[in-house]
Design a protein around this ligand. Structure first.
Ligand SMILES: NC(=O)c1ccc[n+]([C@@H]2O[C@H](COP(=O)([O-])OP(=O)(O)OC[C@H]3O[C@@H](n4cnc5c(N)ncnc54)[C@H](O)[C@@H]3O)[C@@H](O)[C@H]2O)c1
Length: 292
């Protein structure tokens, strides 16, 4: 039986890869994206999916179908600018996600699969109190776990670590690191690093994140499916992989990663990453050599 699958945030970076993989797996399924295009783009659209424009807070009106699975990624998704955008963060992540969770309960959706943030485990579990983005993401994990207890809502929660890979945004306020370095490299500019630069991140290939969350939707249950590369690199190491030069700036340096995250994706589902960020950067440089 073909399934109806809703991906909120389907025009965004990770969401577009989920849609691509879902369509490759089962072309007969009906894949719907609900995106408000706050950060998503039409260039991320995948042939075969249906795209609806709107906010998750209006999900009940915009999605008359009852999906078998809801992948919920449609949220404000960046840490540093979330201080300035606090109104949008609460509107999109708190008001919007409450509507999504209620929609899943009332429509008896087969499974809600949430893209949580690994920042929940960082800084000894205190990172959630350090910025508006991490706060709303960790609260949404609490909300979904509670809906599981209060209403037997079927759900699974994945935690993403820093995504990199095709369709990543390299310019603007919501650019992410690897694509931003790619742009600076291509423009022969110094690579800008937020001080001190020794902060480490588990950069994870976007295709691996998409495969992991789909696997979790198929076989996972409840909380604790962290999706992160085992190897971590400092921001300086990533910049050095591009060959530098480096320029430091002051901004929000963010968290200290913690080793205390649960590991159900590897232990229960056998998920693993396939592409390391340093190899990805080496390939990028091979395709775009600097003519010095
Ligand atoms: N990229 C990462 O490294 C990372 C790490 C941890 C968690 N996550 C989570 O994964 C999800 C996807 O992240 P991404 O990097 O692809 O971000 P993204 O910004 O590229 O994608 C999010 C998409 O959701 C849309 N959106 C935001 N709020 C919405 C709303 N209220 N209603 C409808 N659409 C809305 C945006 O327009 C965008 O297209 C987010 O929930 C993010 O918090 C991402």
């Amino acid at each position: 039986m073909p399934k109806i699958i809703l991906v909120t945030g389907g025009a965004g970076h990770v969401g577009s890869h989920i849609i691509e993989q879902l369509i490759q797996k089962n072309p007969e399924d009906k894949i719907i994206s609900l995106d408000n295009y706050f950060n998503g783009t039409k260039e991320n659209h995948i042939t075969g999916a249906e795209y609806r424009q709107g906010n998750t807070k209006d999900i009940d009106k915009l999605i008359p179908e009852t999906p078998d699975i809801v992948f919920h990624l449609g949220e404000y998704a960046r840490i540093a600018p979330s201080f300035d955008d606090v109104n949008q963060v609460f509107e999109m992540n708190t008001v919007g996600t409450f509507a999504v969770v209620e929609f899943c309960r009332q429509r008896k959706v087969g499974k809600l699969v949430y893209a949580a943030s690994s920042t929940k485990f960082a800084t000894d579990g205190q990172e959630r109190h350090t910025n508006p983005y991490s706060f709303t993401k960790a609260n949404n994990v609490d909300l979904i776990n509670n809906y599981g207890k209060w209403y037997n809502l079927p759900y699974a929660i994945c935690y993403f670590y820093n995504a990199f890979g095709p369709r990543e945004k390299g310019i603007g306020n919501y650019a992410t690191l690897v694509a931003k370095f790619e742009q600076e490299y291509l423009n022969n500019q110094p690579l800008t690093i937020v001080k001190p630069g020794t902060q480490k991140r588990n950069f994870t290939y976007v295709g691996d994140l998409a495969r992991g969350i789909i696997l979790t939707a198929q076989k996972g249950n409840g909380d604790g499916y962290t999706l992160g590369n085992k190897k971590e690199y400092s921001i300086i190491e990533i910049a050095q992989a591009f060959g530098g030069p480096i320029e430091f700036k002051d901004s929000y340096p963010g968290r200290i990663e913690s080793g205390k995250a649960p590991d159900k994706a590897r232990k229960e589902l056998g998920w693993e990453t396939t592409i390391d960020v340093i190899d990805y950067i080496k390939d990028f440089i091979k395709i775009h050599p600097h003519n010095k």
